[in-house]
Design a protein around this ligand. Structure first.
Ligand SMILES: [Zn+2]
Ligand SMILES: [Zn+2]
Length: 335
């Protein structure tokens, strides 16, 4: 099968990915082999390709927003039947025994493994997944629209939960890409007033179309004090301004897996009055199940830009260059 591998992590301009021919993987006990229909392109793929994240598996195949159909269940795998539509997401395994797993925080498991980093992902014709970590995709969501939900959507949902926004509260969103535009829809569906700050003019237009109460440039101050804010852009320099924009008791959530350094903070301007900063680390399967069921019910509409699987490197370069509005999705060639 054809698969994209990160041969040697480097800036996308240096083409760190290579399209190669490899033998399709064989499902082990409890795993299923999935034929990829669509795979979203996440900023984390860029961090893996460019070496912002350390190499966990040499020549890894990126991609952790996979929608496909079960082709072959491995020994003892009974949850899905061949032909079932499933999603393969970032969280690939946890130990189930450590203190974090036991208390319901499996996203913090120190030995968790991840799709497209520790295991080969969905920039390929086929991918393996442990059936216990696969998701059913709600009917009514097309493959292309469902793919970005699997990381961008789920992580955004966890970030929103960690923002603890009260109904009708004011939420600031910094950066407006794949994850943010889905999170904004969920927040508005739950009654939030959403203010979007982003450097991309196209993204500002999309935010306004989706119903944002205000849109502004990346360093703009929102027109009202915020009850909570989520930073989606991987830019630490946004953090002081976002903290300053919080009302008393406000919560700032940083949603990315990678952030450039945060400049020095001033206690009085940025933290006093019980403002809080929280990070988001991966997600639990419960986050995923809850979000996908919510997305199916409320009909979350992912704005997507489709690329053929054979142009994955171009999709990543476009993401790196801020040329994607919404979420980029790789589509498998029709057999
Ligand atoms: Zn664990
Ligand atoms: Zn991701």
């Amino acid at each position: 099968m054809r698969a994209w591998q990160v041969v040697s992590p480097a800036p996308v301009a240096a083409h760190p990915l290579e399209l190669v021919d490899v033998a399709p993987p064989t499902p082990g006990p409890g795993q299923v082999l999935v034929r990829v229909a669509a795979c979203g392109v996440c900023r984390t793929d860029l961090h893996v390709a460019e070496g912002d994240l350390p190499v966990h598996r040499p020549r890894v195949v990126p991609g952790h927003e996979v929608v496909g159909t079960v082709e072959l269940p491995g020994a003892g795998a009974t949850r899905f039947a061949p032909g079932d539509r499933v999603g393969v997401a970032w969280l690939a395994s946890t130990c189930g025994r450590c203190r974090f797993c036991r208390r319901g925080d499996e996203n913090l498991c120190p030995t968790a493994t991840f799709t497209g980093w520790d295991h080969d992902g969905g920039y390929a014709e086929k991918v393996l997944v442990d059936e216990a970590y696969a998701y059913r995709i709600p009917d009514g969501l097309a493959d292309e629209q469902a793919a970005p939900l699997l990381c961008a959507g789920i992580i955004g949902y966890r970030a929103l939960r960690r923002a603890e926004l009260t109904p009708g509260g004011r939420l600031g969103i910094y950066g407006f890409g794949g994850s943010a535009h889905l999170t904004a829809q969920v927040a508005m569906h739950q009654g939030a007033e959403v203010h979007v700050m982003t450097r991309s003019a196209e993204a500002r237009t999309l935010a306004a179309e989706l119903g944002a109460a205000s849109v502004g440039s990346a360093d703009a101050a929102p027109p009202v004090p915020l009850d909570a804010a989520i930073v989606f852009a991987p830019a630490g320099e946004i953090v002081p301004g976002a903290l300053a924009a919080l009302d008393r008791g406000g919560i700032l959530v940083i949603a990315g897996i990678h952030l450039s350094d945060v400049p020095p903070l001033r206690y009085e301007d940025h933290l006093f009055y019980e403002r809080q900063v929280r990070s988001v680390t991966a997600n639990t399967r419960r986050d995923g199940e809850e979000f996908l069921s919510l997305a199916g019910r409320m009909g979350v509409a992912a704005t997507t830009v489709a690329y053929p699987m054979a142009r994955a490197d171009e999709a990543l370069a476009d993401l790196a260059g801020d040329r994607v509005t919404g979420a980029a999705v790789l589509l498998a060639d029709r057999p």
